[in-house]
Ligand binder design. Structure first.
Ligand SMILES: *Cc1c(COP(=O)(O)O)cnc(C)c1O
Length: 411
């Protein structure tokens, strides 16, 4: 069976962020099931899920409470639209999200992916100023090396050449500043705030850029200066939200509230696609007499919202964030010896987000790790570690050990 699937995958499936020429030549690994921190392939081999199935798994795979929440909702209804109707889990989830979110965010606009949550934030920010008659506020300020998704609007505020430069003729032009440089930020806001609708940032860590960190003081300054110059602040918590950095949201590290906040990835514990754009009451009220003509077919899907509710419930019941703190410290300790390897240039960590920058290609390391029983992902020359928050200390040790051995054995 495994062989037949292998063939059919190559025949029918087009994989994201994948060079298909290389894929067709390779041996695809096909995942059949998961349990806790492990993935199992069609041949029954097991692997530590070192990247939380692309940064989404929170409490592990086949988490009983999450499975049950979806089953329970399934017996009521799988989908009903939010266009002109409400549905039970979407209401309860919105209330729970607002209670958890930085104070001052009061409304939830749902969508299905991080990219969409960013598109919505951009459109809302632009539209907000149009309603207020500030018609010249049409541009967005972003950070160099930013990543906010793959749709055209979110690519327009992105800055990763490898992913984005092909589409340049299709994009609207954004203003860019380098993260960390407060005088440069103040300068551009001072001179151009009249044409800037909003600034968008990934908080503290630029994930897709290779887990690049910038100082927390910079994020604080971003909030202060956006307020000073009348520019809305969009914080993209798609990668950092739901405990990833050691706090529920990365904004909490510096105690700021954005005007718009995008969440997705970890929101359902890694079970179903769901995203949300949270806004301030001021933005919401500005729209009261103006329809926001935007909405995806599956917006507020009850199954996904039920999973998200259960996800948040587990955070409370199991004190996930308390239990995570010693594991974050352990991870830092375990990573230290890797700095001695000649292949390692730098290690960056924020909570359970790790980027190990190599001076060799990361791809052979990934293949080696696979043989040793761990799934890792490269971002260029950076190896990403993003284990599920629920990973045990023993599993964490194993994951870092496999990573170290794989790096040490590669050239
Ligand atoms: C993954 C990611 C996105 C895009 O989310 P999708 O669900 O893949 O569309 C946006 N912003 C950040 C910071 C991300 O990490």
């Amino acid at each position: 069976m495994a062989k037949a699937l292998n063939k059919k995958d190559k025949k029918y499936v087009w994989h994201p962020f994948t060079n298909q020429r290389g894929w067709e030549k390779g041996e695809p690994l096909i995942i059949e099931r998961g349990k806790g921190s492990y993935l199992f392939d069609t041949k029954g081999r097991k692997y530590l899920d070192g990247v939380s199935s692309l940064w989404v798994t929170v409490h592990g795979h086949r988490k009983k409470e999450l499975d049950r929440a979806i089953e329970k909702q399934l017996k009521k209804i799988a989908h009903s639209t939010l266009l002109g109707l409400g549905n039970v889990p979407s209401i309860e989830l919105a209330e729970n999200l607002i209670k958890l979110a930085p104070r001052g965010l009061t409304r939830v606009f749902y969508s299905d992916s991080g990219s969409e949550s960013v598109e919505i934030a951009l459109k809302l920010a632009f539209h907000f100023w149009q309603i207020l008659g500030k018609r010249k506020k049409t541009r967005f300020l972003t950070l160099t090396n930013a990543y906010h998704g793959d749709t055209i609007g979110s690519v327009s505020v992105g800055g990763i050449d490898l992913f984005h430069k092909t589409y340049k003729p299709l994009l609207f032009k954004s203003l860019k500043v380098p993260p960390g440089n407060i005088p440069a930020l103040e300068n551009i806001l001072k001179t151009r705030h009249r044409e800037i609708a909003a600034m968008i940032v990934e908080p503290l860590v630029q994930a897709a850029a290779g887990m690049l960190l910038y100082p927390p003081e910079y994020l604080k300054a971003v909030r202060k200066l956006c307020t000073k110059y009348g520019v809305l602040l969009i914080v993209d918590e798609v990668a950092t939200g739901f405990g990833r950095t050691g706090k529920m949201f990365a904004c909490e590290h510096v105690g700021i509230t954005p005007d718009l906040m995008c969440v997705a990835k970890g929101i359902t514990g890694g079970y179903l696609p769901l995203a949300a754009t949270l806004t301030s009451e001021k933005i919401y009220r500005t729209f009261l007499d103006h329809t926001f003509y935007h909405g995806h077919t599956y917006t507020g899907n009850p199954l996904a919202c039920a999973a998200a509710l259960a996800n948040l419930e587990i955070f409370r019941k199991e004190r996930t964030l308390d239990k995570l703190q010693p594991k974050i410290k352990l991870l830092a300790q375990l990573l230290k010896p890797l700095l001695k390897l000649k292949q390692v240039k730098e290690i960056r960590q924020l909570g359970f987000i790790v980027g190990i920058e190599l001076n060799i290609s990361a791809q052979p390391v990934i293949l080696r790790a696979r043989k040793l029983g761990a799934i890792l992902r490269p971002l260029g020359k950076v190896i990403v570690l993003m284990p599920p928050l629920s990973i045990s200390e023993a599993e964490l040790r194993k994951l870092v050990e496999i990573t170290a051995t794989s790096v040490a054995g590669s050239t």
